[in-house]
Design a protein around this ligand. Sequence first.
Ligand SMILES: Cc1cc2nc3c(=O)[nH]c(=O)nc-3n(C[C@H](O)[C@H](O)[C@H](O)COP(=O)(O)O)c2cc1C
Length: 201
Amino acid sequence: MHILERWEARRTERWFSDTPIEEEKIKILCNIIPCIPAQQGEADHFWFCISRKEIRLRTFISVNVFQNNNEDGNFGFGSVYSAPFMFLSCDNQASSCNNACLNIGLHTGVLLSVALELGLDVATIGCTAGFNTDKVSEFNTLIRQCRSIPGAKELYPVTAVCVGYKDRKYANRNYIQIHGKYVATQLSKPYRRKPNNFIGK
Ligand SMILES: Cc1cc2nc3c(=O)[nH]c(=O)nc-3n(C[C@H](O)[C@H](O)[C@H](O)COP(=O)(O)O)c2cc1C
């Protein structure tokens, strides 16, 4: 399929099937990350490639990191639970307006584009409203147990680029319950889709 058609058909998938991703596709996505440009050429943030098989880490991220702090309780995201692989970006400052965030946005876009070109389905999740400050050190301890990370600065998750093959079985339901938690599974409604912001040539 032509890349424009892939983008036109793209949705933020809310649930992924168990179909495994070809190893070669994951390698390409991993190898592209160091080639993406960054302001002043600085590696001011980190990316992690996390399989669903890393159960402890993925469960922590699903239950504690990407959470919508809703009045009715915390809502998690089906994309984060179900994606066979997640590319997780982390900043080392709690502030959301810095060069690292600009660079993370660019990297997120490149990962989406390459994943689409590889025939994968995607979801970008960035809501960490329910990631309480008391969870930051727990997250940092866990991620340092799972990966060797340079420096000692505390890391704050920013975006999760979820990749896999879509499964729309829950697409018409607001949420499902997993381990007593609400998990959003509904595709964005047309009115929540981004309006055309291209001004013209
Ligand atoms: C940077 C970024 C962060 C996002 N974070 C979330 C999120 O935390 N939760 C969520 O449900 N959707 C999230 N989305 C998905 C948007 O809600 C979605 O792209 C939008 O509603 C349009 O739907 P579509 O992608 O299916 O066209 C995010 C999208 C982007 C680009």
